[in-house]
Design a protein around this ligand. Structure first.
Ligand code: BG6
Length: 470
């Protein structure tokens, strides 16, 4: 339920993520009428700004998203405050005082206690000092805390961070972002499956031969070479976004879709049934030609800019069905698609059909659901063709999609954690991913920029092919 009042304390307020994603998303939530009746933002960052300086920063960030400033902007920008300084146990700066003032204002305006949301839009090294600081200065009591990704970079670093966070916060207070879960196309999976018998009854290994989750990107990494060289495609995308999307496809039906805990439990349970990756058999890594020439990347870098993996899900529903996950930088195109590759039909046409039927969910942008099916080729002969029927989610009457960050901020405001990741779920994801961080990690194979990655990755999709691409 939407509270009457809320304050969002935004750490990393002048950083790239806050400027590109978080601030525009908060304004989007406001424009959609989804903010509480009374609200404030308190920006926190090292830059020496005053309230007005930070408001100008917000003006620019909001203007950059396109679509202009909201009509009531002149009025609502007064909701924005700023505390300069690197917040921590020994240096709380003015945050406790300003947060106290703001809470008091909101109490006066609404007569109730405001919800406090701390949004940690900061690099992971800052998670621990800020969390400790929140605890030490009693700013975490009753608050919700949003952590950006990556929440850990290995099972060990995840455990360390989790132990620290648990000292200060109860799990119910923690909202770990994986923004792919906020995408409309990913959210629609539940409904498609549970509201349509046609899909629901076939959502299993009897009807589905493969699941492909494919996120090629044509982006370069030049503007974030240092981060990328320390991270790589598999850590940046596979153990995070692609595993979470896979869990969304593979989960058992939650007892109650409207009960966040039952959704979270269903997602956790399926993440726990992800078989640990077999790096030799089931993973192909790649590095695009020219990556090592990027300033900041060593000449002998063995970092992966591409990963394709075959993931096995050890549940009755999915045993024997490969989940093929692929992503990479500098690939041929940018797309984000789940494809359920259907088994061939029984009956008179069983051996004649060359192209498998598919259910496809595009989760870039507004999202789209499509069916790849076989029909009779119009004309005198009995021959067959494949056709595609598409439903763009933007064309669904009565709806208007939210951007992923806006969707997740709205959920945090109403206290719904169902589209956030849990500690148990991340522990399971890092456990399944761990073999790829060990001595068996394969060497990345070269691939030309603008291609679909190393040829070797084709092997994983046999007897089919990757449905996107060649
Ligand atoms: C981020 C990754 O989490 O997600 C990036 O760090 C990636 O490497 C991005 O490009 C993709 O997000 P989106 O919103 O474009 O789907």
């Amino acid at each position: 339920q939407l509270p009457d009042a809320a304050v969002i304390v935004l750490f990393g307020a002048t950083g790239d993520l806050a400027g590109r994603m978080v601030l525009p998303a908060i304004v989007e939530v406001h424009e959609r009428g989804l903010m509480p009746r009374a609200w404030r933002i308190i920006g926190c960052a090292a830059d020496e700004l005053d309230d007005e300086g930070f408001r100008r920063h917000v003006d620019e960030a909001v203007a950059r998203r396109g679509g202009g400033l909201p009509d009531d902007w002149a009025h609502i920008r007064g909701n924005v405050r700023y505390c300069a300084g690197t917040f921590g146990v020994d240096n709380p700066g003015r945050l406790p005082e300003v947060l106290g003032e703001v809470r008091e204002e909101l109490r006066r305006e609404t007569g109730g206690e405001p919800v406090v949301i701390h949004f940690l839009a900061v690099p992971p090294v800052a998670f621990a000092p800020i969390t400790r600081g929140l605890g030490a200065h009693h700013l975490a009591d009753g608050a919700r805390v949003i952590f950006e990704k990556p929440y850990g970079t290995s099972l060990e670093s995840f455990e360390k961070l989790d132990a620290l966070v648990k000292e200060v916060l109860a799990e119910e207070q923690v909202f770990r972002i994986d923004h792919f879960l906020g995408k409309e196309g990913v959210q629609t999976i539940y409904v498609l499956r549970f509201a349509n018998q046609l899909f629901g009854s076939e959502w299993n290994r009897s009807s589905i031969e493969q699941v492909q989750i494919d996120v090629p990107e044509d982006l370069d990494v030049a503007n974030r070479a240092t981060f990328y060289e320390a991270t790589g495609a598999a850590l940046d995308m596979l153990v995070t976004h692609l595993f979470q999307v896979a869990s969304q496809v593979a989960m058992e039906p939650p007892m109650d879709l409207r009960d966040p805990n039952s959704v979270l439990q269903a997602r956790e349970a399926v993440l726990k049934s992800f078989h640990p990756l077999d790096p030799k058999e089931d993973v192909v890594l790649g590095q695009f030609d020219g990556y090592r020439d990027i300033p900041g990347v060593p000449d002998d870098s063995t970092q992966d800019t591409f990963v394709a993996a075959r993931l096995w899900v050890d549940t009755e529903r999915w045993r024997g069905v490969p989940f093929l996950l692929r992503t990479g930088k500098r690939m041929a195109t940018k797309q984000q698609r789940i494809t359920l590759v259907l088994r061939p039909p029984f009956g008179p046409l069983a051996h004649e059909l060359k192209v498998p039927n598919t259910v496809e969910i595009d989760f870039a942008g507004e999202g789209e659901v499509a069916l790849g099916m076989t029909v009779k080729t119009p004309g005198p002969d009995l021959t067959y063709s494949s056709g595609r029927a598409r439903l763009n989610l933007d064309d669904v009457v009565g709806g208007e999609g939210l951007s992923p960050y806006a969707s997740l901020i709205n959920d945090a405001l109403v206290g719904d954690r169902s589209l956030f990741t849990t500690a148990e779920g991340l522990r399971a994801a890092f456990t399944a991913f761990a073999p790829l961080q060990g001595p068996d990690r394969p060497a990345p194979l070269p691939y030309p920029p603008g291609s679909w990655g190393p040829e070797e990755a084709r092997r994983l999709a046999a007897p089919h092919r990757w449905m996107l691409g060649e």
